[in-house]
Design a protein around this ligand. Sequence first.
Ligand SMILES: Nc1ncnc2c1ncn2[C@@H]1O[C@H](COP(=O)(O)OP(=O)(O)OP(=O)(O)O)[C@@H](O)[C@H]1O
Length: 625
Amino acid sequence: MTDLPGRRPPPISEQTPTLKQRLDNLRHLGRLIAQIWRTSRPMTAASIGLRLIAALQPIAVLYAAKLIVDEVVHLTSVTSPGPSPMDWWNAGLLTPVLFYLALEMALVLANDAIGRATGLVDSILSELHSNQVSTELMAHAARLDLMHFESAEYQDRLERARRQAAGRNALLSQLFGQAQDIITVLTLAAGLFVFAPWLILLLPLSFIPSIWGETRFNTMAYMVSRWRTPERRELEYLRYIGASAETAKEIKLFGLGGFLIERFKLLAHGIFLENRRISILRAGWGTVFATISTLAYYAAYAFIVWRTITGEFSIGDLAFLSGSFLRLNGLFQKILLGFTQIAGQSMFLDDLFSFFEIEPTVLPPAHPKAFPVPIREGIRFENVGFRYPETENWVIRNLSFTLRAGETLALVGENGAGKTTIVKLLARLYDPSEGRISVDGVDLKDMAPAEIHAHLGVIFQDFIRYSFTARDNIGVGRVEEKSNQLRIDQAAEQSLADAVIAKLPKGYDQQLGRLFKQGRDLSGGEWQKVAIARSYMRDAELIILDEPTAALDAKAEAEVFARFKGLASGKTAVIISHRFSTVRMADRILVLEHGAILEAGTHEELLAKGGRYAELFELQAAGYR
Ligand SMILES: Nc1ncnc2c1ncn2[C@@H]1O[C@H](COP(=O)(O)OP(=O)(O)OP(=O)(O)O)[C@@H](O)[C@H]1O
């Protein structure tokens, strides 16, 4: 098997990742933070700043509570100045306790406000970040080769990355929240350490088992999700064909609903069972670990109570220490679980960032040459051979021919003969595995793909039916000119799309397709005319129509071609068609078989030769007699 170019080994094999691999994945957090920072510096700074302030609040509140309790205890032992609060106030006895109460209230109020502000900043930042990831993802996908989109492995990776683009929002808050909790823990631990240093030793007992459990179950969940990507993609696909406008007709007529549902159920059930097993294990062990942690807390509590009874701690100390210990215990668990969750999430981040690591292989050369305008000699294939990545078979081998400047060349051949592949090579969507393709002597590899594409007008048989307006459907053929109505009119006229648009209630402003409200669907042939108009938007030196007229009726086809010939006069053109009425209009015809040329010549020459072309032509003509 040939290896996929631009590929790096899958980050994690079918085995559970080692500790080193897990730590390795943590490096993605740096990239994530950089990405968040790129998204919005002020928002990121605000989120961090607010959390820093909030981190100090718990110890401050606990300490205020301790002061209140100690003051109350003290007040219970003083001689009462009178029965009413005013007597106490006038005697100046209430000032400290009221001050502490006001302090605690202010701290609580401030914390509430900061919490809300943080939530607000985070939710805005999350949305911005999610948009940022999506745009970076689309921008990177646009840089990749066609090869990447035609390979199942890359589709899996793209799918995983796409899921991460939307699914990592919680990670942002979690990451920053983690930093906040760590600061809180440090302050609380410092307080605890001052009063009862060795109480801290009890803490690990309460959190270590939970950490172990969480790490394990996170990894298991990730591995299941990773192994199951192909199945999940199939589920998505089944869901799509089972319930979408494009497929409804055929699914209904073939009565495939039940079949698809069964297939979906079978696949979904397998994934469900695995997920359920992990959930049950997680819940069971979670209960055990939570019990251990509660036991540790009460052991510490009993100790503090005893020291208070013996008079070593004040009642305020008791409140402060038990409060600190409780919070510390909870926070420790939260932080460490947070770490394992973050580590778990960073495995998913690997899916996102490893997609960004895929590099295009069809690259512009260091010193790209310009596409020859106009083409003077022609386009030459010299001993071209091609295999699709990861396949053994040569789709094209030893192919040599010249597409002369100004000539219309038709490619004819059975399904799978390699016609579309030749077009992909001509457009430098792939580079040949062997041999060379040149335009006026300049190798295609010496030109930047974008430069080549700028001089091509290509319409593939599986062209896109954009759910845009009619105007944009044509205009995107050349985005810079998409508001140039004159040009759009011309392109529409040349491709006969003008009549299609004239029939639409809103003309050029009509939304096409069934995807959106008020969209209007077109017939196959009408879509094709719109698609051909798109290619006419370009000042193409080379026009390629890959089965452009398959859905057109005979009259429309004759007309489209008459115009095409008019438009293509002086331009070099390639037509792929199974219709001989189209093919015969070409200046020259290449008959392909298994990626090699079987016959070549004009329609008349090939008929006179009495070879394969004549045979196929007769076969089709007989059908009309
Ligand atoms: N992305 C791909 N990966 C692997 N093999 C491919 C890929 N695309 C096409 N092929 C194979 O290459 C061969 C030639 O395909 P191609 O699409 O060029 O044929 P074609 O002559 O255009 O056929 P048709 O008349 O049916 O459109 C086929 O056997 C096909 O299975």
